[in-house]
Design a protein around this ligand. Structure first.
Ligand SMILES: [Mn+2]
Length: 444
C-alpha cells in the first residue's frame, strides 16, 4: 500500500491582485479546485506549505473562504497539515491558522508553545523547544511530517535545520523558504533576501521536501530525497507568464511559460496537476511607432480577451501609447515603456574610468559592497573630491572627464558653452554639505 498525498503552497487567499477584487475570488477558486482535485484523487492527506493567506490578518470573509474550502477534506476525513508562510505568519501567539486548527480543519506543524498529542500530531522536545510534527498511519505504514513556519535569514544564521529535524522512518519535511540553487537556476532575484538556505542546508533523511515560498514550479533531487516547489496556485506576476512574445527584430518569438497547479505525491514522487487559471501574456517589442503599431495589431487576435497582458515597449523616441487600449481588448492591460539602452560602453571601448572620476568610482564600489554601512567614509571621499576640485590643479582634467561622460555626440561641439553654463558659482556650492549628505545617505 502506498502513501498518497497532495502538496500545494502559496494559495494567497484574499489577494486582490492589481487591486482587482475579482482576483481575490480567482485565488479562492484556485484553492477550491486544488482541494477538490486532491480529494477526488483520494489522497491520504494534504500538505499546505505556507501562504495559505495573503496576509497575516485575513478579513472575516477570507477566513470564512478558507473554512468552507477546508471543510471539503474534513468531511472525507482527509487530514490537512500546514505551516505558516512569510505572508501569513504572525509574531503574535495566535494566527489565522490556529483558528483553523481549533476547528479541526488543519494541523499545524512546527515549533509550538504547547504540546499537541492526538491522532495526527505529536510533540517532541528538541534543544529546549517544543516541536510539533504530523503523523499519518495507514495499513501498518507511517509517515512523519516535520516542518516549520517561515524563518528569517537571521534565524538561519543562528540555527541549522539539521539540529532540529532528524527523521527516524519515512518522513517529509515541509518548509516555506527560498533555496539559492533554485533562484539561480530560474534566474529569479538572487539577492540575499530572496533565499535563506542552500540545498546543502536541508537536513538529510527525508523522502520528500515539500516546499513553498517561491511561486514557480521546481523539482530537484538530492541524495536523500526530492525537493519540490509546486509554485503559487494562480499566476503571480508577468514574469509568471503563460506565454511571452519576444520581438527579435523581424518577428515575434513565442516562449511558453509554465502551467500553474500543485503536486499529487505517490511513493514520494510528485506528479503535477494543473489548474485552470487566468492567462497572463507578456509582449516585448522594440522599434519605431510604425513598426510597433503594425506588429501589435497583427498579433492582437492571438491574445485572449480574458487575458492579463503586459506590453513592454522599448523605443528611441516616445509616442502616444493610447492606441494599445484599442488594439487589445483584454481584462487587464499593463503598459511599460523604456528607452532603448544607449550603446555606450563596450562597443566603443569606453571604460567606467572614462565616465567616472576616481572618487566617484571609489564611492560606487563602496556602496556596492555587501553590508555597506560606512557612510562617513563616503562623505569623506566626497569632501576630499571636492577639495581637490577646488584646488584647481585637477579641475581641467575633471572637466574633460565630465565632457566624456555627458557624451551625446552633437553636444560635443557645444561643449565650451555648456561649460560656461554649468560652471557652478562658488557661492552656490552646497554649504552644509556634511549634514545634508548624512540625511540623504541615511534615507537610502
Ligand atoms: Mn507566497
Amino acid at each position: 500500500m502506498t502513501i498518497k498525498f497532495a502538496h500545494l503552497a502559496d494559495a494567497h487567499l484574499g489577494y486582490e491582485q492589481y487591486r482587482l477584487p475579482y482576483r481575490a475570488e480567482e485565488f479562492r477558486k484556485a484553492l477550491e479546485e486544488a482541494i477538490r482535485k486532491a480529494v477526488g484523487e483520494k489522497v491520504d492527506f494534504i500538505l499546505i506549505a505556507g501562504d495559505l493567506f495573503h496576509r497575516s490578518n485575513p478579513s472575516p470573509q477570507t477566513i470564512k473562504e478558507a473554512m468552507d474550502i477546508l471543510e471539503i477534506p474534513k468531511k472525507e476525513k482527509i487530514p490537512v497539515f500546514a505551516i505558516e508562510g512569510n505572508h501569513d505568519r504572525t509574531q503574535k501567539k495566535i494566527s489565522a491558522y490556529h483558528l483553523l486548527e481549533s476547528l479541526g480543519l488543519v494541523h499545524l506543524i512546527g515549533f509550538s508553545e504547547e504540546r499537541k498529542e492526538n491522532r495526527y500530531q505529536t510533540t517532541e522536545k528538541v534543544r529546549g523547544r517544543l516541536l510539533v510534527k504530523g503523523v499519518f498511519e495507514k495499513g501498518g505504514k507511517s509517515v512523519e511530517i516535520y516542518g516549520t513556519k517561515y524563518m528569517s535569514a537571521a534565524w538561519f544564521e543562528r540555527n541549522r535545520l539539521s539540529d532540529y529535524f532528524r527523521p527516524q522512518g519515512d518522513a517529509v519535511l515541509m518548509l516555506h523558504q527560498g533555496i539559492r540553487e533554485m533562484m539561480e537556476k530560474l534566474h529569479l532575484e538572487t539577492q540575499r533576501d530572496y533565499f535563506e538556505i542552500s540545498l546543502s542546508d536541508l537536513p538529510r533523511g527525508f523522502m520528500y521536501y515539500a516546499m513553498g515560498h517561491i511561486h514557480r514550479r521546481w523539482i530537484t533531487s538530492t541524495e536523500s530525497g526530492i525537493v519540490a516547489y509546486p509554485g503559487s496556485l494562480q499566476r503571480w506576476d508577468f514574469g509568471d507568464y503563460e506565454l511571452r512574445y519576444r520581438w527579435d527584430g523581424l518577428k515575434f518569438r513565442k516562449v511558453a511559460g509554465e502551467e500553474k497547479g500543485f503536486f499529487i505525491v505517490e511513493d514520494f514522487k510528485p506528479r503535477f496537476v494543473r489548474l485552470d487559471v487566468r492567462p497572463f501574456y507578456d509582449i516585448r517589442i522594440k522599434g519605431d511607432e510604425e513598426t510597433v503599431k503594425k506588429e501589435l495589431r497583427k498579433l492582437a487576435p492571438e491574445i485572449s480577451k480574458e487575458a492579463f497582458l503586459r506590453v513592454s515597449l522599448e523605443w528611441e523616441r516616445p509616442f502616444d501609447v493610447a492606441f494599445l487600449h484599442d488594439v487589445f481588448s483584454v481584462r487587464y492591460l499593463h503598459i511599460r515603456t523604456k528607452f532603448g539602452r544607449r550603446k555606450l560602453s563596450r562597443e566603443k571601448g569606453t571604460k567606467a574610468e572614462e565616465f567616472f572620476t576616481p572618487m566617484e568610482l571609489k564611492i560606487i564600489r563602496l556602496l556596492g559592497e555587501k553590508d555597506f554601512d560606512d557612510y562617513e567614509e563616503v562623505i569623506r571621499l566626497i569632501l576630499e573630491g571636492e577639495r581637490e576640485e577646488e584646488a584647481g590643479g585637477k579641475e581641467k582634467k575633471r572637466k574633460e572627464e565630465k565632457k566624456v561622460r555627458e557624451k551625446p555626440e552633437e553636444k560635443r561641439k557645444e561643449a565650451p558653452e555648456d561649460k560656461k553654463k554649468e560652471k557652478p558659482k562658488k557661492s552656490e556650492k552646497r554649504p552644509e554639505k556634511k549634514s545634508d549628505l548624512m540625511l540623504w545617505l541615511s534615507k537610502r
